[in-house]
Structures are given as structure tokens and as C-alpha cells.
Design a protein around this ligand. Structure first.
Ligand SMILES: [Zn+2]
Length: 345
């Protein structure tokens, strides 16, 4: 919960408290004791919640809590850095350029009583193709083929590399989230016996936040979604087919694109495909150890490992097992930013 939401919640609680108190008193004056008691009972329940919130607030600003927070400062900082990195990884898909068809003004002055709000919603959404009923139902049978055709994704080496890159980063983001949660829980557990039980039990989410951890976003809504949408002209019947590019579908899509490229031009098919399976193979080959700093899963069980092209693709490096290495997320990020610098210089 964000801070202004909490503030709003407190204001609402205050208003309800006053309202229930006022109603209760009135019922007693009117000699409706039963109803009056119900109001006072509800007020009591609210009061308990209220007193608890105040006590928690006092505890979080106490010196003993600040001391605990300080003792894990370095660790929370590391976790928050990883959290930021995971959020960055999720943005990789944004690099895939869509065709800009331009913008036009459009007015619909028809007086028909169309049931069209749904149509309008989907017309403006991203990656939605408004199509005929036939296209929509065919897309369900061969989703990748229809996505390539109607969303203009050409089966080229360049696009294949882009989607491999997206898969690579999404894979790391998904692994990173659970590793980060483990790491965070271990840190919280290490100071858990110093924190009073009434905080640990009833206020855990807030406690983690007050300890300095940014919240981890576990939602998978960032996976790109392609939708085929059919609405009849009157708006009475509709059909929708949507395909989410999650890890499983991305793996399949990368293989699908490569199979078309191989079919077209056999030389391009000589390199390895950067799938989740290959990532795991490389990590295993490198003994789950970072090739740069030597940190490993053995030393740090929640370490996020990523796969790096030794000679980057932008410098004509290929996806071959000999050009791939395991790096920890920190070394990989350092290498990435160094490359960016050298490219801009
Ligand atoms: Zn490293």
C-alpha cells in the first residue's frame, strides 16, 4: 500500500469512528439501547484497529526499530538494487519497434445505438488487431503465424535476435523475483527475534517496507499480449483470441521464427538458439559461477546468474556455446553499461 493510500485509509477510519459514535449516542438518547449497543460494538472494533495502527507507528519510529533497520542497511540496499535491475529487465520488450502508421483524426457521428464501448476500448489498446471473425478463429489455431502476419513481425535474423534477447531478460527477471524474495525473507528472518510478535504477525507487509525494502512486483502483467478482436458491426456478437508471450510461448516463438529462417536460408541456421534450455546448459557448464568475479551459487545461494555474449551481438558476436558465458547480474550490468559508454563515445 502506498503512503497516501494509508493516509486516506486513516481519514476514512476517523470519519467512521465519529459517525458510529454519534449514531450510538443518538440511539441511546432515543432509548433504542439494542441498536445503540450494536453501534458502540462496531466502534469498539474500529477502535482496536485504530489503537493498533497508532502503536505500530510509535514502534516504527522507536530507537530499537531504527537500530534493527540500520543493522541490515547494506543488505536492504543490495536487495533494492536487484529489484531495480529486475524492473529494467522487464522493459526489454519495449525495444522491439512497432511500425508507426501515423495518427489521424476520426469522428463517429452516427446515431445508431451501437453497443460499442468494448470496440472503442480495444481500438486504442496496444497490440490489438480488429479483424474479421474468420481471422480471429484462425488465429486461435495458428497463433504465431497470424501474429507475424497481422502484427508485421518479419522472420528475419534481426527480429529473432530481438526476441531471444527478450526471452533472455524475461527469464532472468522471473528467476530474479523468486531469488530476491528468498534473500529478503532470509534477511528479515535474521532480525525477526528482535521484533515484537504483534508486529510480525499482523503487520508483516508494512514491517518489511519500514525495514527499507522496496516491494517486489510479482505480477506477470508485463508479458506482452497480442489480441485478435472481432466485433460485429452492430456490436451484438464478438470474439477474441489473445496470446500472451510468457516464457513458455517466447521459447516456442523463438523456435518458430528460427525454423522459418532456416527454411529460407540455411546458413543462418548454423548458430545456437538462445532458449531457456541453452541458458541452463551454459550455467551448468560454468558450474553456476560468475566467469568474472568468481561468485557462485555455492557461496551465495540466492545469486542471480545471467548469460552473456562474450563478443556482443552488436559487434557481430554469434550465439554459439563458445561465445556464451555465465555472469552474475552485477558483472553483467557493469559490462552492459561499459559497452553503452564506449558506443556513445
Ligand atoms: Zn560477477
Amino acid at each position: 500500500m502506498s503512503e497516501d493510500v494509508i493516509e486516506k485509509k486513516e481519514k476514512i477510519e476517523l470519519i467512521i469512528t465519529i459517525l458510529f459514535g454519534w449514531l450510538g449516542i443518538h440511539k441511546f438518547i432515543d432509548k433504542q439501547y439494542g441498536l445503540g449497543l450494536v453501534y458502540f460494538f462496531s466502534l469498539g472494533l474500529f477502535g482496536i484497529g485504530w489503537i493498533y495502527d497508532i502503536c505500530a507507528c510509535v514502534y516504527y519510529s522507536s530507537d530499537s526499530f531504527k537500530l534493527i533497520k540500520n543493522s541490515i542497511k547494506e543488505n536492504t540496499k543490495k536487495c533494492n538494487e536487484l529489484n531495480d535491475h529486475i524492473e529494467e529487465l522487464k522493459n526489454t520488450y519495449a525495444d522491439i519497434k512497432r511500425i508507426d502508421y501515423g495518427t489521424a483524426n476520426y469522428y463517429d457521428n452516427s446515431n445508431w445505438n451501437y453497443k460499442r464501448p468494448a470496440l472503442k476500448k480495444y481500438q486504442e489498446a496496444k497490440n490489438v488487431y480488429n479483424c474479421s471473425r474468420t481471422v480471429c478463429s484462425n488465429a486461435r489455431m495458428q497463433p504465431f503465424k497470424y501474429i507475424c502476419k497481422y502484427f508485421n513481425i518479419k522472420a528475419t535474423e534481426e527480429n529473432l535476435e530481438k526476441f531471444e534477447n527478450v526471452l533472455n531478460d524475461f527469464d532472468a527477471a522471473e528467476q530474479g523475483k523468486s531469488l530476491l524474495k528468498n534473500e529478503r525473507d532470509e534477511i528479515v528472518n535474521s532480525v525477526s527475534d528482535k521484533i515484537p510478535i504483534w508486529i510480525k504477525l499482523f503487520n508483516r507487509t508494512n514491517m518489511i517496507k519500514k525495514l527499507g525494502f522496496n516491494s517486489i512486483d510479482f505480477s506477470q502483467l508485463y508479458f506482452p499480449r497480442y489480441t485478435f478482436n472481432y466485433i460485429s458491426s452492430g456490436g451484438n456478437s464478438s470474439m477474441q483470441c489473445s496470446i500472451v508471450f510468457d516464457i513458455e510461448n517466447l521459447n516456442k516463438f523463438v523456435e518458430y521464427l528460427s525454423s522459418i529462417i532456416k527454411f529460407k536460408k540455411s546458413a543462418a541456421g548454423q548458430r545456437a538458439l538462445m532458449t531457456s534450455k541453452l541458458r541452463e546448459q551454459i550455467k551448468k557448464r560454468d558450474n553456476y559461477t560468475c566467469c568474472k568475479c568468481g561468485n557462485s551459487i555455492e557461496k551465495e545461494p540466492n545469486l542471480l546468474l545471467e548469460i552473456d555474449h562474450i563478443i556482443p551481438i552488436s559487434k557481430n558476436g554469434l550465439t554459439t556455446e563458445s561465445n556464451l558465458q555465465t555472469l552474475c547480474w552485477k558483472c553483467n550490468r557493469k559490462k552492459g553499461s561499459k559497452l553503452d559508454d564506449s558506443e556513445t563515445n
